[in-house]
Design a protein around this ligand. Structure first.
Ligand SMILES: Cc1ncc(COP(=O)(O)O)c(C=O)c1O
Length: 370
């Protein structure tokens, strides 16, 4: 079966994990700091902290904004469920917004229709790795959370996605452009927010007893006593995950090049398929991360089943949240999201795919519509 998403792990990742395990220090530790510094340098971020998942990073991001309980946060319906869960679990109300049909991204104009006197923030998602048009959204004057789970290597007007709004998040789960198995990251415009995030991720405790004992220069008599600055969930990343991430950072350019090759091949090969709408390219000056290749086609369900019969897995990222029973907002009609729910399909793109597999995907799509 050709999978729709995938990562590429090599000998370096395996060696790093082995070294980490042999060191007997598998939980939070030095590797996390090494990963954080390397990641900051690679993606030109000022403030960055690793956490245990992108979903938890979203919850942390919403909490960091200190909004009044019950605030409304506007976000796309066409996104992963964690975006809405983070808003709800932080005590706020998710307000679902439509996306532009061509970019599949939220826009300032679509957001404007949902602004009320309770609106306190906006959450954008750089869908598939294509940068959201951020400038007009920032001009609306609300705090902005950027979900850059798909967009670790993407840029907007030369700036790394995730670093444009107030708080940005990344995901390093098993199928993301950079994987550590399960993991996430958070970046903030203000330094003091990342300092708070680093305390929050350890249940609101600033320093472990071990740290205090080693670094107190003998001044602290009872190093096992600690200050708790606020109640928060434990979101610590592990040394094992960070050791995988360190090796992934060394190969990220190669991984991204492979994704771009596959993307370019599909863009050229699928041009001949009548009625197939290809995904938008990044605008001049921006960079795409090529996380997802999402086409729009007639007879979408039939195509998905045809591909499956031919050992090619495809899927839809995402079933719009406002159509999900938990979040159903009956008064909302989000026409473009509902259209994407009918005709959009993500087809395989990941760095482990061979040329033969990539060609097979394109050939089978062409065969279906011939
Ligand atoms: C848009 C988006 N946001 C957030 C997440 C959550 O990331 P994680 O899987 O690391 O929790 C995902 C995961 O797929 C995602 O696609």
């Amino acid at each position: 079966m050709i999978t729709v998403f995938g990562s590429l792990i090599g000998d370096e990742e395996i060696a790093n994990v082995t070294t980490c395990m042999k060191s007997q220090w598998m939980g939070f530790g030095k590797n996390v700091e090494i990963f954080e510094n390397k990641y900051k340098e690679k993606f030109r971020l000022n403030n960055f902290a690793m956490v245990d998942s992108g979903s938890n990073a979203l919850f942390m991001a919403v909490t960091l904004l200190n909004l009044p309980i019950g605030s409304e946060i506007i976000l796309p319906s066409f996104t992963w469920v964690s975006c809405a869960q983070a808003v709800l679990l932080a005590g706020h109300k998710p307000i679902f917004c439509d996306v532009d049909i061509a970019t599949m991204n939220i826009t300032a104009d679509k957001i404007k229709a949902h602004i009320t006197d309770k609106t306190a923030a906006i959450m954008v998602v750089h869908y598939a790795g294509l940068a959201v048009e951020m400038k007009p959204i920032l001009e609306l004057g609300f705090p902005v959370i950027e979900d850059a789970a798909h967009a670790i290597d993407s840029t907007y007007n030369g700036q790394p996605c995730g670093s444009i709004g107030d708080v940005g998040i990344y995901s390093y789960d098993a199928v993301k452009n950079l994987t550590v198995g399960e993991g996430g990251g958070i970046t903030t415009r203000e330094k003091k927010l990342i300092e708070r995030a680093k305390i929050m991720r350890y249940c609101g405790i600033g320093k472990s007893g071990f740290d205090s004992a080693l670094n107190s220069a003998g001044g602290k008599v009872r190093w096992w006593e600690y200050d708790i600055s606020e109640p928060f969930i434990k979101m610590l990343p592990t040394n094992i995950a960070a050791s995988i991430g360190i090796a992934q950072l060394d190969r990220i350019d190669h991984l991204q090049n492979r994704r771009r090759q596959i993307w370019d091949y599909y863009q050229s090969e699928l041009s001949s398929v009548t009625y197939l709408i290809k995904p938008s390219e990044a605008k001049l000056g921006d960079r795409h991360s090529y996380f997802t290749y999402c086409i729009r086609v007639p007879k979408r369900d039939e195509l998905a089943h045809f591909l499956l019969k031919n050992e090619i897995y495809s899927t839809l990222r995402y079933h719009p949240l406002h159509l999900n029973p938990l979040y159903k907002q009956l008064d909302v009609c989000l026409q473009n999201s509902e259209q994407l729910n009918i005709d959009a399909l993500s087809i395989p793109i990941h760095p482990r795919m061979s040329d033969i597999e990539v060609e097979l995907v394109a050939t089978k799509i062409k065969e279906f519509y011939s």
